[in-house]
Ligand binder design. Structure first.
Ligand code: TXA
Ligand code: MG
Length: 309
């Protein structure tokens, strides 16, 4: 159910959860200051309680208020990339950040989004926690129809049209003396080099356990069984491919945009994965013939996780 900004503000203040657009994906928002509302997010999504939430704020002073002893370069990272699709995991001020937000961890994740709708709502009601607005494990939502599909047509959502970026924020975490990528996202690792003086490595490359609990669960997955790699075995089947390529051995091609433009692929990624379910497709092949660098790493990671390999 499409709602106005005023209706969203009232619902949030009264302890309800509403879906709203950010520049990355739709979020499922609740007031940071209302643990009973945050509880509802976990129930609605079927989200494991060990998976903490990102706090969305509008200014650096909120970040300082809720954290302590910030790692080196935090301020210059914040000033370079916010507002925008970056999340920072920082040491929490444990008295000020409720346990339910951090899932009991000593850290808390922050981001200042750049989408005017969520910024306006934060301005009016204060900080929001907001995971992606999808059922846990399913592809994220980049259109209101995706939100309605997962939570029902009566679920309150502010319509922001189709989302600009299409994949979640990049998460940076400070560990073992350097910043690392906790989750690949819509800012590529190389983009941090001018600010940090180095390109951050992905955390999983240096540790077996992901630092972001969300990265250890099945994620972004449609019902279809997905094959990555060779398209040769697709005998008249379904291919998730690109508009600038031809696929003679496929009966259905779902185009994710131009293979040379990772931004267009990211924008169409979750819509394409969701299309498989909408069409009742049970098996599909994904074309991953692209350079394994920059934003293509994010795209590959989402496909890999969606395929649950
Ligand atoms: O673009 C985004 O970040 C979107 C929009 C709505 O802002 N939000 C989003 O939230 O992707 P969610 O809940 O789907 O993913 C949050 C990720 C999870 O992998 C979670 O484990 C990680 O952030 N996370 C949150 N707090 C953390 C913490 N204190 N330490 C490590 N990872 C954390
Ligand atoms: Mg998510």
């Amino acid at each position: 159910m499409k709602i106005s900004l005023d209706q969203a503000k009232k619902l949030l203040i009264s302890g309800s959860v509403v879906a709203l657009p950010t520049e990355t994906v739709y979020g499922l928002a609740a007031l940071f200051s209302l643990p009973s509302a945050i509880e509802k997010i976990y129930t609605l999504k079927g989200r494991p309680k060990q998976n903490p939430l990102i706090v969305h704020v509008n200014d650096l002073s909120s970040v300082y208020f809720y954290t302590k002893e910030l790692p080196p370069q935090t301020e210059s990272i914040m000033k370079t990339f916010w507002p925008g699709p970056l999340t920072l995991v920082l040491p929490a001020n444990l008295e000020r950040v409720p346990e339910i937000v951090r899932s009991g961890k000593p850290t808390v994740a922050f981001r200042i989004p750049s989408h005017p709708i969520i910024s306006t709502i934060i301005e009016a009601v204060g900080p929001l926690v907001a995971p992606s607005a999808n059922l846990s494990g399913k592809p994220s939502a980049t259109k209101t129809s995706h939100v309605e599909n997962d939570f029902g047509i009566d679920f309150p959502v502010i319509d922001g049209g189709e989302i600009e970026k299409g994949v979640e924020s990049t998460i940076l975490v400070y560990a073992q003396g350097e910043w690392k990528i906790g989750r690949l996202g819509s800012i590529s690792p190389e983009d941090f080099a001018p600010c940090l003086g180095y390109t951050p490595k992905t955390y999983e490359k240096v540790s077996k356990d992901p630092i972001c609990p969300g990265s250890s669960y099945r994620h972004y997955s449609p019902n279809a069984h997905l094959h990555l790699g060779s398209l040769e075995n697709c005998n008249g089947g379904v291919i998730l491919g690109y508009s600038d390529r031809v696929y003679p051995n496929a009966s259905i091609v779902i185009s994710m945009g131009d293979s040379t433009n990772p931004h267009s692929i990211m924008k169409n990624l979750y819509t394409s994965l969701r299309k498989l379910d909408e069409m009742g497709i049970l098996e599909a092949f994904i074309d991953i013939q692209f350079p394994m660098e920059g934003l293509y790493l994010t795209i590959y990671e989402r496909f890999f996780r969606a395929a649950d390999i």
